[in-house]
Design a protein. Structure first.
Lengths: 404, 330
């Protein structure tokens, strides 16, 4: 009799305990879903390396939060917005995913933003360049943009170079929204700081032969040739600028979007002297170096800014869940906005009202082969650009949700 | 291919229940009506969109013998038009879809007029080139959102009254669209018009010598195929609430060829089965890592090596032979 009573009491207690737990963290797991490019153009700078980075973040938390296990799902969006959004919907409806980490590809990135805000799941994007994520397509209660955006890259490079006295610019622009946006941002920054834009030429996207565009840029006599393009376009234009001796003849070449893996692919002979802005460089300081070495042991390459950003966003999300004691998206995102973001990736980071993670960016110049001590030793950090200077100010944003 | 349709007709006249099209269509429809209660509705709706797209493409390749490498233009561009109509012009669902179909048909008329002047590989190249022009328009036109695409397209009510806000509602809308589209294709293929198309496919010169204006028939088939592809693209916008560059890219033109060839060109069921396989593969393999494109390629190679007439194209005649053999034994 007594024994049955005790068992009953015990089971009642267990039931109570589990329901109490369920109120805090839904279905007793913290589920993170990653939707990124694992097989296409972005798989080197994002891809498996990003998964490894997030796994490192989960391990750092001990694989659990206050006894609740953390689970990781990953999927390849194949650079198709419908596949990405289908996965996100399915994960939200059937897997009870608590947070989605989105990778490179702006189209997929915005599609995920819409779905996660509708389903009230936390969403952090690393890798999509579009500034729309915290402007016209913002979802400040659930969606954050972590590593970089077009504004920060264009702005960072342009302001810093004008301040160094390189005042006249000429742009070679990829002829589509992304390229024009980059050029527009950079040109604004150049003129606002007393520089002058001498002209620009729109190159079809994608272009194999940049020779005529490079000749026009050389003939303009501008001090800086700004490359408002990405991926293979950047690689081709940099290679051909090298063949035309652009840097050797005294002009500077500035790439408005370049990843460490791009430099690795180009080789230092070709890429040397290129100026760029990056959100992270593995050799930027001790904390970054220590983490990056562990990452390299695991993945076989140094992390790009996107991969480091994935680590940072997962880690801080998990810390915020721990702090808030719940995985409710809005509560956790609000918690993230309270926390200072400081880890192997971010310096002086904070999540702004509109969902943009503002942190220090770095102006870097690609080393010469003589300066470099080996593979991955590619950048000289010229200057740290404080977050407020690099990113678009809150007043200039167009996020309706926070303007009220 | 031609004999398969002939045997279907002779089998139907012999009256075996196995070849009763209406019976099978009814069974299929019932299955599709209850399926979303067991499987994820958005996923099946996506399969239906691509199945319609592949079937529309097959109307041209399988029945008129015209290999178009530019069908993504109709599929993708109508998606943009529908998206724009729903989002910016705030039209109701059916008007948005109609606008998409109309633009796709018009596009089909222009591209078709130019392309049918040539045959074979040149026809394919012209459609590819013109569809690339459509792609660049989609990339640069101000209303398409460039590489961001049109996002968050609202699911406006049908006729202004029927609510489409849940996935289930949209699924049934897409199912209706799919049935209408497939019915149109079925009717077209089995009409005198379809017979003339097949004769043009088999021997264009003879068809002309018999007094048929081959170009007019080909153009009509092209426009019909383009309009139905557009219908599929517009339906997809209703499902995913987005229109993106993926759908106008040349890879999509290739994917629809893959779907039709894998399932079996010149059959009614083939493209539907092919689309189901490819879309499910893409979705399932997405979660296994970097395999999806490799597996898709392998599936295509296996298909071309082992069953050149596609899955339905190989299995169909075999089933029929088995059944006919059985009947003779009695």
């Amino acid at each position: 009799m007594n024994k049955t009573k005790a068992t009953l009491l015990a089971s009642a207690a267990t039931v109570l305990a589990t329901t109490a737990g369920a109120q805090e963290i839904s279905d007793d797991t913290v589920k993170i879903g990653m939707i990124l490019d694992l097989s296409g153009a972005y798989s080197a700078l994002d891809g498996q390396g990003s998964i490894a980075a997030v796994e490192m973040a989960i391990e750092e938390m001990g694989g659990e939060i206050n006894g609740t296990p953390i689970e990781l799902l990953t999927a390849d969006h194949q650079n198709k917005a419908d596949i990405g959004s289908n996965l996100a919907r399915q994960w939200a409806d059937q897997e009870n995913v608590d947070m989605i980490l989105g990778g490179a590809n702006s189209g997929v990135g915005i599609a995920l933003q819409d779905i996660t805000s509708e389903k009230e799941i936390a969403y952090i994007n690393n890798g999509a360049a579009t500034a729309a994520l915290t402007n016209e397509n913002c979802a400040p209660e659930t969606g954050l943009h972590w590593t970089y955006d077009t504004d920060a890259l264009a702005n960072g490079t342009a302001v810093a170079m004008v301040k160094e006295g390189k005042e006249t610019w000429y742009f070679i622009t990829a002829d589509y929204t992304f390229g024009h946006k980059l050029e527009e941002n950079a040109a604004e920054a150049v003129t606002a700081n007393g520089g002058e834009v001498l002209g620009s030429v729109a190159a079809p996207f994608p272009t194999q032969d940049f020779s005529s565009f490079i000749l026009q840029a050389q003939a303009s006599g501008a001090q800086v040739i700004g490359l408002a393009n990405a991926g293979t376009d950047t690689q081709n234009s940099v290679k051909q600028a090298q063949e035309f001796g652009v840097v050797q003849s005294g002009q500077s070449l500035a790439s408005l979007l370049l990843f460490l893996t791009d430099v690795d692919a180009l080789g230092l002979d070709t890429a040397q002297g290129l100026t760029l802005t990056t959100g992270f460089y593995w050799d930027q300081d001790d904390a970054a170096r220590e983490w990056s070495n562990r990452f390299e042991e695991r993945h076989g390459a140094k992390p790009t800014m996107v991969q480091a950003g994935m680590y940072s966003s997962a880690l801080n999300y998990l810390k915020a869940v721990q702090e808030a004691g719940t995985d409710d998206a809005k509560t956790v995102v609000a918690q993230l906005k309270e926390m200072p973001i400081e880890d192997a990736f971010a310096r002086n980071g904070r999540v702004r009202e509109d969902g943009l993670m503002v942190h220090d960016m770095f102006l870097a110049q690609v080393k010469t082969p003589e300066e470099s001590e080996g593979r991955w030793d590619y950048y000289n950090i010229i200057r740290t650009i404080p977050g407020d200077e690099a990113f678009r100010s809150l007043e200039d944003g167009t996020c309706e949700a926070i303007k009220g | 291919m031609s004999d398969s349709t002939n045997t279907t007709e002779s089998a139907r006249s012999s009256g075996g229940w196995l070849s009763d099209v209406r019976l099978w269509a009814a069974i299929g429809l019932v299955a599709l009506l209850i399926l979303p209660h067991f499987l994820y509705p958005v996923m099946i709706a996506k399969i239906l969109c691509f199945a319609l797209f592949a079937a529309a493409f097959n109307l041209l390749l399988g029945f008129a013998g015209l290999l178009s490498f530019g069908h993504a233009a109709f599929f993708g561009f109508s998606a943009y038009v529908t998206g724009y109509a729903l989002q910016t012009l705030r039209l109701s669902a059916e008007l948005g879809i109609l606008a998409g179909v109309a633009v796709a048909a018009l596009l089909g008329l222009v591209i078709g007029l130019l392309a049918i002047r040539r045959q074979g590989i040149y026809f394919a190249m012209i459609t590819l080139a013109l569809s690339q022009m459509v792609y660049f328009v989609a990339l640069q036109a101000p209303f398409t959102g460039g590489e961001d695409g049109l996002q968050g397209v609202p699911r406006r009510p049908l006729f202004g009254i029927i609510d489409l806000s849940t996935n289930m509602d949209v699924y049934y809308l897409v199912l209706a669209i799919f049935c209408i589209g497939i019915f149109i294709i079925y009717r077209a293929v089995h009409s005198p018009f379809g017979k003339v198309l097949k004769s043009i496919r088999e021997n264009e010169d003879r068809a002309i010598s018999l007094g048929y204006d081959a170009d007019r028939y080909k153009l009509l088939a092209f426009v019909l195929s383009a309009a139905l592809s557009g219908l599929a693209g517009s339906a997809k916008v209703m499902v995913f609430q987005l229109a993106s560059l993926t759908d106008v890219q040349w890879q999509m033109s290739g994917e629809v060829v893959l779907m039709a060839v894998l399932g079996g060109i010149g059959t009614m069921l083939g493209p539907i089965l092919g689309a189901t396989i490819i879309v499910s593969l893409q979705n399932e393999l997405a979660q296994v890592g970097s395999l999806s494109t490799i597996v898709q390629g392998a599936v295509f190679v296996i298909c071309v090596l082992l069953f050149r007439r596609g899955i339905v194209g190989e299995i169909g005649p075999r089933l029929r032979r088995w059944r006919d053999g059985g009947e003779k034994d009695k």
